[in-house]
Write a protein that binds this ligand. Structure first.
Ligand SMILES: [Zn+2]
Length: 440
């Protein structure tokens, strides 16, 4: 049993993947921002609400003005926005960065990713690019770096060296070491045996160590986010002061005030319906791979994780844990309780792929009860606020000009996010890569 949240697909590419990652060399760092432009008479989803019939002026890599009938500086290119909607560049709040992930993300309008476990050396190497305004062919990376897990715990099975811990007394030094490595926040895996007898096929940190890690992260002013998949550990993580859960609970023990607890604790939840439903045998992957708006832009590697050839060899314990519908019900309850929800896919786990799966996640969030506007906020302003990303997630003067222009109105039909007309990263147009169809 190797494929389980950060799965076999990742393990397969891990060995050969590192050299594909972008290397922000001097040429990129010192390149000038792209020339400015103005989008005319476009519907703007600004991260929170819709502003119809608006002009947006971009210069030097930033949005410089948003309004009606704007005078733009002479010489700026004019883009017709009629019948179209301009969105902030999308943010995927749960990915794992391997191989071509950051390129694939941007190819589908995901301009920033929040990575929940990758090689800390990659994080250090790529961090400077997210501050730059040079044209880029890759999404920007924020990351937990390594994750907190027990010896033999989830996260240790992929061949990447993981510094484990087992006692509360180790927590402070562990957190200090991650911060020294460049982690932007602290990610903790918590899968203790359940009182219902349900035991995951991994060792887990104990509750005291979970609590000590959260406290150590907070002493260093870092967010502490927790991987859980079941209700009881979710309750314990929230009670211990977790800032967020990076999966929604997917078991059948359901709620009992859990959504209310998350609201009372001001915690956020990144449901990752894409991966949870894939593990329950209801993957959105085949639908995404068949969509004519998306299919031409899928690389062979993305297809391989989105629609895996080998599938549903599920451990019986996991089959009892993952349900297709329970996480949808949980998301509906959390939303009604006013809990911040973040759109995240857990790509490139089996059933998901970077970039493309965020469009599927948005649709799933709407099916779970969010309005299309709330779903769009879950992939823009809400993750920006919860992760303190100052210059993204919105379209307003001063924002980094990470933008996606789509046909139609995704605030009424969420699937319109797939009808991408143009993508800009740091104000520069992104040349989307198309792939030859994989011959039927
Ligand atoms: Zn993950």
């Amino acid at each position: 049993m190797r494929a389980w949240l950060i799965g076999g697909g990742v393990a397969a590419v891990l060995v050969t993947a590192w050299f594909w990652l972008p290397q922000p060399g001097d040429a990129v760092r010192h390149a000038r921002p792209a020339p400015g432009f103005v989008v005319r008479e476009v519907a703007v989803f600004d991260g929170e609400r819709l502003q119809p019939d608006t002009d947006v002026v971009v210069n030097d890599g930033r949005v410089v003005a948003v309004g009606h009938g704007l005078q733009a500086p002479a010489g700026l290119a004019e883009i017709d926005g009629r019948g179209r909607t301009l969105l902030p560049g999308l943010i995927d709040a749960h990915v794992h960065t391997f191989g071509n992930g950051l390129f694939d993300a941007l190819n589908f309008g995901v301009t920033t990713v929040l990575d929940m476990f990758t090689d800390p050396a990659v994080v250090r190497e790529l961090k400077p690019a997210r501050e730059a305004f040079a044209p880029s062919s890759h999404a920007d990376l924020y990351s937990a770096g390594s994750l907190a897990t027990a010896p033999g715990g989830h996260g240790t099975e992929f061949g990447l060296p993981v510094p484990t811990l087992s006692m509360p007394s180790e927590a402070s030094a562990w957190v200090d070491a991650r911060i020294a490595e460049g982690s932007d926040w602290i990610k903790i895996v918590y899968e203790p045996p359940g009182s219902d007898g349900l035991t995951m096929p991994f060792a887990s940190l104990n509750r005291a160590t979970l609590t000590a890690l959260i406290q150590a992260a907070h002493r260093s002013s870092r967010l502490a986010v927790v991987h859980v998949t079941r209700s009881e550990p979710a309750r314990q993580a929230l009670s211990a002061g977790a800032d967020g859960l990076v999966h929604v609970y997917a078991d059948d023990a359901q709620d009992d005030g859990l959504a209310e607890l998350a609201a009372a604790k001001h915690a956020f939840v990144t449901p990752t319906l894409s991966v949870l439903r894939a593990f329950a045998g209801e993957s959105a992957g085949p639908d995404l791979a068949a969509d004519p708006e998306l299919a031409p832009y899928l690389s062979p590697e993305q297809r391989a994780t989105l629609v895996p050839a080998v599938w549903r060899r599920m451990d019986p314990v996991l089959a009892r844990t993952f349900h297709a519908d329970r996480p949808m019900v949980a998301v509906g309850r959390l939303n009604r309780c006013g809990v911040d929800l973040l759109a995240g896919t857990d790509a490139p786990n089996p059933g998901t792929a970077q970039g493309v799966s965020l469009h599927g996640e948005l649709e799933l969030l709407v099916r779970a009860g969010l309005t299309p506007m709330q779903a769009l906020a879950a992939a823009t302003s809400v993750p920006a606020r919860r992760f303190s990303l100052q210059d993204r997630g919105h379209i307003r003067p001063g924002s980094r000009a990470d933008l996606v222009l789509v046909r139609g109105d995704p605030t009424t039909d969420i699937r319109a996010t797939r009808a991408i007309v143009a993508i800009w990263k740091n104000g520069a147009p992104v040349e989307r890569r198309r792939y030859a169809s994989t011959g039927q």
